[in-house]
Design a protein around this ligand. Sequence first.
Ligand code: ASP
Length: 324
Amino acid sequence: MVDKLLRTLICLVCLCAVQVSAEQYPSKPITIIVPFSAGGPTDTSARLLAQYMGETLKTQVIVENVAGAGGTMAAARVAGSPPDGYTVFFHHIGFSTAPSLYRKLPYDTIRDFEPLGMVGDVAMTLVARKDFPARGLKELIAYVKANKDKVNLANAGLGAASHLCGMLFMSAIQTDFTTIPYKGTGPAMNDLLGGQVDFMCDQTSNTISQIKAGKIKVYGVTTKTRVSALPDVPTLDEAGLKNFEISVWQGLYVPKATPKPIIEKLTKALQTALANPTLKQRFVELGTVPAGKESATPEALRKHLKAEIDKWGPIIKKAGVYAD
Ligand code: ASP
């Protein structure tokens, strides 16, 4: 009896403490965990968002890169972090493909996280080193088929969007070639610029400035429609790869059991950031469509994540790509 009373009392004290900390939240810097290296497209989007969310939350929002294993290391780290709103996770489409790519994950994608909202959608571009011999998509396909033992494609590891896009390309042209995994496409881009790797399919946010500067070759964008910031670049579908389509959606999460008032504050800060005209413009310049208010909600992201897990499962199974 006394025991039960004591437990109830402890629970009440804990509840009050969470409530008080939720009211005072945030009272120290918040960390956004990015699952790839610094300098890549996920990092770029997260840093932009961090700056604007920090303004609303009136605290510093720091970005920490936890790269490795195609984003799954970072996810595991977030899943095991205290649910106090000070650890936020920025991830993309790869969060929904990992459950099918990895036979065993150190976290549960649905159970261990609370979604905050969608951030945006970014097209990918198929690009190659500047002196790559192929001049258009048709030549690229012919060249890759004829030199499949020689050419190599850079990606950010199993679970990365660049990996997924490369896999879709391989399957579309029915040709296997070598892939080189990096911890992010920031470092992969450096090697593409240096000519150490041949080609890559990556978020337009990482390729656009190099395309515009003429430092890399571009073969097409992966969305159904052209990207407004790259109006002269055809879609891969237009260029000859019928129905080739992938776009990288991004979302924000916190660990499961984060108090609701904290989730609401973070979601509000996300929505405020995405409504900011300067951030919006910057996103568009990077080939990213910022999420609207109705998509930047926990419900919308929860629904989208589940739908994407269901969508990619059979595709990945058919392609037979798994991590050991
Ligand atoms: N673009 C990478 C990917 O393929 C990740 C990154 O470095 O942002 O998912």
